[in-house]
Design a protein around this ligand. Structure first.
Ligand code: CA
Ligand code: CA
Length: 501
């Protein structure tokens, strides 16, 4: 696997910038633990943010889990699966209770994340292979334009080799991972793809000999962690944006169909002795392994002394699955919310979100600010001092991260989902509305009093329904590939639904 190990480069002998100065870092760390939440302290945090930005543009890391539910982490109420590092990340940073993924499955969720547009506008609105176009502006392109180094590792799903949607054509200078999401189901692939400006490679196939002939020599997740820490080390003297799209705890569906256990992981530690089914033990082991990887990266940022200049965001692309032999109820993976992956109820789209930035984000904060995947691009752009594209749906959440009042708020949030016909959902204020098929009545729930969406109150609030119907008139532009369809029309279409996740 030495081919994957970047050689020492000119970057490694460049002088330290002031932000890497140990005494300044120590001063910042002292500030973090200095006081309680009051406005005087808040006034101290703000100039620090400006000072950090003035020294060097802050690094931004986005870590994405795959099908991790709202209730799968200890800091979100999980009782059985151990996630000490993510819990620590929340204790040292800000935990969001109302974060929404872009969609309820992989590809459209990532399209919303990367383009700053919800599924009424973003290019990719379903899981079928369909590439981003060159004119689609990604967060990587925005940050690259602001002088950032850009790298992505893991699962891509925004375009196959040879299309306009590959990472190297969408702003990422360094890339290593799976281009196809179906390929990404296999945790022991015999090959992966790599692109690199540094090494002049574009979607070159990287054979993994250790996995040939059914061998299980290299677990891809571990290799992505390795690539991520290398990327940070090589780019530590530059502002960088790194997107780490892990595949845990997604099921290996084909393996699951064959053996009944698609939860593929090197071992089931530390759950081997539990009285659970093997797929559930493996699922827990996968999540704990992911947790350890995130912890190692946080420790590495501290060891490199760049943690006070690096915002790390951790989230998941959609709710928990019922695949590979697991039952999402077993660990209460939806965290008490209604529904799972493929639902537009909260369990399908509400996800964990932890923001960590020692010295800038107040430790142990919990925010009920609504945070959507399409807010990531404008938030990152503001931090980088870049101008976001005009046709986005997101808003910058920098004020929230800094503990300031968030005056800019969404009027409404929107999702559409196109498997077995089109489903739509809207959230405005505390109201959440779901339409299960075109022409069906809107369901209405008050999330403040009924977060599990158990009582449809549509008939009692015609004025809210009228308002949401009005939003729906302007919420979307038509998509050639994903028009609004009834279930009957969807059945007629040959290539839908594809068995990809
Ligand atoms: Ca997913
Ligand atoms: Ca582009």
């Amino acid at each position: 696997m030495d081919a994957l190990r970047p050689k020492a480069t000119i970057y490694d002998v460049m002088p330290l910038k002031k932000m890497q100065n140990p005494s300044l870092c120590a001063a910042l760390v002292l500030l973090v633990f200095a006081g309680s939440a009051n406005s005087a302290e808040q006034r101290r945090f703000e100039p620090l943010y400006e000072k950090v930005r003035a020294e060097q543009k802050p690094n931004i890391i986005f870590i994405l889990a795959d099908d991790l539910g709202y209730g799968d982490l200890g800091c979100y109420g999980q009782k059985k699966i151990k996630t000490p590092n993510l819990d620590r990340m929340a204790a040292e940073g800000m935990r969001f209770t109302q974060c929404y993924a872009g969609s309820t499955v992989c590809a459209p969720s990532r399209s919303a994340l990367l383009t700053g547009q919800h599924t009424g506008h973003t290019r990719i609105r379903g899981n079928q292979a369909y590439p981003l176009r060159l004119e689609d502006i990604t967060v990587a392109e925005v940050l690259k334009g602001a002088g950032y180094k850009t790298g992505a590792f893991g699962k891509w799903a925004m375009g196959l080799k040879g299309t306009t949607g590959t990472p190297s054509r969408q702003g990422f200078e360094e890339w290593f991972g799976y281009l196809s999401q179906t390929h990404a189901h296999n945790y022991y692939p015999t090959q992966l793809f790599r692109s690199s400006v540094l090494y002049n490679q574009e979607d070159e196939i990287l054979p993994i000999a250790a996995n040939l002939d059914g061998q299980k020599g290299v677990y891809s997740h571990d290799r992505f962690s390795f690539a991520a820490s290398n990327y940070v080390r090589i780019n530590k003297y530059f502002p960088f944006f790194m997107y780490v799209a892990y595949t845990i705890p997604h099921a290996h569906n084909a393996l699951g169909k064959k053996t009944g256990n698609g939860m593929e992981v090197p071992n089931d530690k530390p759950y081997s002795g539990e009285d659970w089914s093997q797929p559930e033990k493996n699922k827990a082991a996968m999540i704990t392994r992911l947790d350890a990887s995130v912890g190692a990266l946080m420790n590495y940022l501290k060891a490199l002394r760049i943690e006070t200049n690096t915002l790390v965001l951790f989230s998941s692309d959609n709710g928990p699955h019922q695949e590979g032999g697991v039952d999402p109820k077993f660990f209460n993976s939806s965290g008490g919310l209604r529904g799972i992956k493929r639902d537009l109820y909260e369990g399908g789209i509400r996800v964990p979100m932890i923001a960590w930035w020692p010295g800038i984000i107040k430790p142990g904060s919990v925010s009920d600010q609504v945070f959507t995947f399409w807010d990531v691009l404008p938030t990152a752009a503001e931090i980088a001092g870049a101008k976001p594209p005009e046709n986005i749906d997101g808003i910058s959440l920098v004020p929230t991260l800094l503990g300031k009042k968030q005056t800019n708020q969404h009027e409404f949030l929107y999702w559409e989902f196109h498997e077995k016909g089109t489903k739509q959902a809207v959230r405005t204020g505390d109201w959440k509305s779901v339409r299960l098929a075109p022409g069906e009545p809107l369901e209405l729930y008050n999330l403040k009093t009924d977060v599990s969406e158990s009582v449809n109150v549509a008939e009692k609030h015609p004025e809210v329904i009228a308002k949401i119907e009005n939003y729906l008139k302007t919420a979307r532009t038509d998509s050639e590939r994903w028009p609004i369809k009834s279930p009957a029309e969807a059945v007629k279409e040959k290539h839908e639904p594809a068995d990809v996740n």
